[in-house]
Every structure is written in C-alpha cells, then in structure tokens.
Design a protein around this ligand. Sequence first.
Ligand SMILES: Cc1cc2nc3c(=O)[nH]c(=O)nc-3n(C[C@H](O)[C@H](O)[C@H](O)COP(=O)(O)OP(=O)(O)OC[C@H]3O[C@@H](n4cnc5c(N)ncnc54)[C@H](O)[C@@H]3O)c2cc1C
Length: 427
Amino acid sequence: GTPARIDARSLDYSRMEAQYGDEQVRNFSFMSTITERKQIPCWLTYTNADTHKIIRDNLHLSGMFNGMIEGVGPRYCPSIEAKIVRFADKERHQLFVEPEGLRTNEMYVQGMSSSLPAHVQLQFMQTIPGLENCRMMRAGYAIDYDCLDPLQLQRTSEHKAISGLFSAGQANGTSGYEEAAAQGLLAGVNAMQKIRSKEPLILSRSEGYLGVLIDDLVTKGTNEPYRMMTSRAEYRLLLRQDNADLRLTEKGRAVGLVNDVRYEAFTAKRSLLERTLQNLSSTHLPPNAEVLAKLAELGTAPIRSGMSLLDLLRRSEMTYEKLQQAFEVPELPEVVAEQVEIFAKYEGYINKQKQEVEKALKLENKKIPADIDYLSIKELSSEAAEKLAKVKPASIGQASRISGVSPADVSVLMIALEVMRRKEYES
Ligand SMILES: Cc1cc2nc3c(=O)[nH]c(=O)nc-3n(C[C@H](O)[C@H](O)[C@H](O)COP(=O)(O)OP(=O)(O)OC[C@H]3O[C@@H](n4cnc5c(N)ncnc54)[C@H](O)[C@@H]3O)c2cc1C
C-alpha cells in the first residue's frame, strides 16, 4: 500500500517539526563524486484521537479489513488502519511529511498508507497538526498480488523444474525496490552465464545482503512479503556499506559487469588502502619527549614503550586526521581514511567474525547430491524429511537453515551422506 500525496503549498509548517537530512552527503555509488546537493527537510507530525476515531468509524470501507484484499500486508510498513487496530492502546502515531523532489509540490505522508476511500483519507488527514487545510493530490491505495513459491528456485534464481527460467523480484514473494533490483541483477547475470556455459554467480551469506536474501528465499520460503532487513544477516560486521566495493567488485568484474574505468578506480583505492595499513603498522613511535608532547597535545595517553601508528589509531579517541596533524602521514581521500580507521578499530572483531564464516563455510562445502532420497533415510524426523525433499538444499549448511530441520537431523544427514560416499567408493 501507499499513502496519499498532498500539496506542499497547503501545509502549515509552523505546526510541524523540521527533520533535516545528514550533514555529510554520502553517495549511493562509489563512482559518484557529488559532495554537495541542495537539501530540503522532511516534517514530523502526529495522528491524534480525532484521526483514530474517523479511521475506526470507517474500517468497514477499508479493502484491507472488509475482505476485499486477502493477502498478508507488509509487516514493516503497515497501513494506518492496521496500526490503529493492532496498537489500539497507542494515543498517536508519528508521520513524516516528505518532499518527493526538488521540482514538485507533492509531499509523501510516510506512515499513513491506507486503503480507505479518498474522501475518508482527506477527512482524517485534516485532523492532523499542519495538515488542517491540506489538499490531496493523489489518494493512497493498496493492491493485492500473487507470487511464485520461492522454494521452487535454486540459489542462482533459476527454476528447479524449468531449466532456463529465471525469476526475480516481487514475483518471488519479496517487497521492495532494492530487493527487486538486486534479484533482477542476479537473475540477469545467471541467465547470461548459462547462455555462455559459464559458472553461475552464487553469493554466500557472508559476501552480501543479496546472498542472504536469495538463501533465505530458496531455503525458508516466505508466507508474507519478504523484506531484506539487515538483522536477517548473521555477519553484519562484514556486510557494511563502506566495504561493498571491496566485497563485490572482483565478483562483478569476473562476470563482465565492471568496466575498466570502475575497475581501475577500485584497484587504485584498494592498493592505497593496503599501502597505508602497511605503512602505519611498520612506523613505530619511540617514547621520547617529542612524541610524548605530541600525544599530550592530541589528548591521548602517553606510551611507555614503542608503538606502531596502527596501534595508536586503534585507540577510540584517535582518528586518521589526528595522526596527520601530529605525525607525517600522507593525506588520504576521505573514503580511504575511513576504511583505515575502521580496519584499525574493529580488526579484532572483524577477524573473529571471519573465523565464524570459515567454520560455517565447511558446512556449505559439504554438498548434497541432487538425487538423494530423503524419505528413505528412516532416522530423519518426518517433518525434516518432507522439508528437505521440498527444498532440495545444495549443501549441509543450507539444510541446517531450513525451519523444521533440527541439529539432530543434520547429524543424521551427515552420517547418511558419509555412508553413501563409502558405498560409492567401495563399488
Ligand atoms: C503501492 C505500493 C507502494 C510501495 N511502496 C514501496 C516503498 O515505499 N518502498 C519500497 O522499497 N517498495 C515499495 N513497494 C514495493 C515495490 O514497488 C515492489 O516490490 C517492486 O517495485 C517490485 O519490482 P518488480 O520489478 O519485481 O515488479 P514490477 O515493478 O511490478 O515489474 C513487473 C513488470 O512486468 C510487467 N509485466 C507483467 N506481465 C507482463 C507480461 N506478460 N509481459 C511483459 N511485461 C509484463 C509489468 O508491467 C511490470 O512493469 C510498493 C509497492 C506498491 C504496490
């Protein structure tokens, strides 16, 4: 569903609270060089008892409540009707009135999705501070759609039963622009790889959110619109926006999606990063009077024995900029300096997570033959056998993530595979 769009010229901004954007502009793409762009604020306001009464009085007219729409709505962006019914004890709900662009008067009323008739939407919106005289430019609405069962897909996005059919996006049971775009990319790449008779691109759960998304879909399926929440990933210390290029550019290059200009920019950045880390770890500060004076000036504790610049940077109060002020380290582009700081401060935690990934990888590498007959493995619980037969996991790792497959079932499966392997060896 979506909320109404209202006319920016009909609002009373003195009754709402301005919400400004980030001070430091960050680019979506590593190739973008934009550092400044005109910013305009969003506005915060709230529903109240009058708004709620109008909605409650008209619930029978809401497609989501009167049976017209049968599907389950998206959990993370419920309609205003759903919020009022589900959270009946709440006296108010916050709304963000967001400009849709610099060259339009349309404002998006975030938090106010509705499938009530247009005249009811206008009526309840006009009870809200700042929106008393609002003009509605488009009414909100909800739609109901059907989808495939993603358990029918492989991790490449190809249909298990129909060779050459790749499926992506909302049709796989997801909701969201990024979810759809990311799957489209994967399905497109793998369709092309198949035509070229090349290895498919399969991203693991530790390599990218797209890896988590596709693994969740094809392993667990979904009975409500699936959203890629970051909390679904177990390796969030590794899956950061700041290192997306370091994680994925080589993979993109291998399938022909990274042109020379991007690749050269990327390798230059990566070598600068590696060189800097090398220099910082091999430059040692002696505990002499000059160094101690500099440290005092930077507001950090003195050192008793020699310390590398990298170890100094690990201190929470230290930044690369401070190292530059006091010691002769070269100036770096901001994105590289940021990477250096992240590496220095989180190295211990990141390495620990990498070890966890390696441990999990062992299970991912234990492949399961596609023709295995789960129903004939008597020691498996019947629920596990049924689920395994339906999902047809490619590895023990994937099998262990299927809901209904217990650690005991995983052990049984590993023994069964070992027995099969020995039998094959002996014959
Ligand atoms: C009202 C509403 C509000 C939403 N708000 C948000 C939001 O704020 N944020 C967010 O992230 N997501 C939002 N979503 C979800 C998001 O828009 C969708 O999940 C996403 O756009 C789906 O993309 P897709 O490419 O999978 O499908 P679509 O964008 O539906 O693309 C499918 C395309 O296939 C075409 N097509 C269908 N049949 C055929 C055929 N036989 N031959 C040729 N072409 C065909 C269709 O015309 C369409 O262009 C919203 C969805 C709705 C409905």
